[in-house]
Design a binder for this molecule. Structure first.
Ligand SMILES: Nc1ncnc2c1ncn2[C@@H]1O[C@H](COP(=O)(O)OP(=O)(O)OP(=O)(O)O)[C@@H](O)[C@H]1O
Ligand SMILES: [Mg+2]
Length: 311
């Protein structure tokens, strides 16, 4: 029987902290390391991760180049009438998605919305690894801990940390395993201010209180916006950029590698043979005259079939 896929959830109740960008980069980095990867977009309404993959498919079609892409699924919020029905449907959708991807993947990456909702909480309860990117601001910090701003004393964990604690306990009860929680700073300015230093110190203290690990994170880099539009990641640049990598791109790639090192995929799935260009097969390319691809249909069909079966 296939060993259980390792689930990596990207979560933070704060919008725009870099969850989708980091999820995408992690997925492609793991694929390039030779692992089989599936991705789930739980923020289908906004659909940033799904849009990222559509842009990637368009890049493949337009440039006729194969770049590795994971099996991707997007899950919409339930439109059922009652709250109970909505929660039952969303639980069934996510469970089925994890089961389907789990059959073929070593790692499943789950991108969650930047708000507190049932689907996001549920995803957290399945996480083997949870990655929380946060911007270098007191507003982001406020979701992790209640801090007295007069003297920077930490009074206790705050809403998001409490939610993670609750899901950790749930997971421990159901599977006997906890969640490896990693917090990373994102968009770190090149020139550090006094506030950045205070935030770094506070994070260090909160990590002990809320039981998470800290990893250095990503600097502020304009290249992320440009890469999104092309559907590419920093891990794709070497092969698909004509000129040499810039110093900034090299440092940015190093930041991604540091995050992957913190996740330690080999601990769960062993070492794999990294992908070479010849190994890369495009999963699905749109017909010649249509440069858009529905990335959901691969798996959605099997979910629909299952739903009908169980009805
Ligand atoms: N390190 C970075 N440097 C510069 N821009 C970044 C960085 N990380 C993310 N961004 C940009 O910040 C914006 C928000 O990022 P992203 O969509 O990944 O956040 P999110 O947490 O998924 O947001 P949401 O909660 O709305 O889903 C995007 O435009 C992205 O390109
Ligand atoms: Mg997002």
């Amino acid at each position: 029987m296939k060993e259980k896929a390792h689930i990596i959830v990207f979560g933070n109740e704060k919008g725009g902290s870099g969850k989708s960008t980091t999820a995408m980069h992690t997925a492609i980095a793991l694929l390039r390391m030779g692992y089989k990867v599936g991705t789930i977009d739980l923020d289908a309404r906004q659909g940033t991760l799904t849009r990222y993959f559509k842009n990637r498919f368009n890049y493949i079609v337009q440039n006729k180049e194969n770049i590795p892409s994971p099996d991707h699924m997007a899950i919409e919020r339930s439109q059922a009438e009652t709250k109970a029905e909505q929660q039952a449907e969303e639980t069934a959708f996510l469970s089925m998605a994890l089961e389907e991807l789990g059959k073929i993947c070593d790692f499943i990456i789950v991108d969650t919305p930047g708000t507190d909702c049932f689907l996001s909480r549920l995803a957290h309860s399945f996480a083997d690894t949870l990655i929380t990117p946060m911007n270098d601001s007191f507003i982001d910090l406020d979701l992790l801990a209640d801090i007295d701003m007069n003297n920077y004393e930490i009074r206790g964990p705050s809403v998001y940390a409490l939610m993670v604690e609750e899901q950790r306990n749930k997971k421990m009860m159901t599977s006997g395993r906890g969640i490896d929680w990693i917090v990373m700073r994102n968009r770190i300015p090149h020139l550090s201010t006094n506030n950045n230093k205070i935030i770094a110190d506070l994070l260090d203290k909160i990590s002990k209180l809320a039981s998470f690990r800290l990893t250095p994170g990503f600097g502020e880099r304009v290249v992320f916006k440009e890469l999104f539009l092309k559907g590419l990641t920093l891990m794709d640049l070497k092969e698909y950029q004509n000129n040499e990598l810039t110093m900034s791109q090299i440092s940015a790639r190093q930041e991604i590698r540091t995050l992957i090192k913190a996740i330690a995929p080999e601990k769960y799935k062993g070492y794999r043979k990294p992908l070479r260009p010849d190994d890369i097969k495009t999963k699905k390319i749109a017909p010649e005259n249509d440069n858009t691809v529905n990335t959901n249909d691969l798996m959605d069909e099997s979910i629909e079939k299952k739903k009908k079966k169980s009805a």
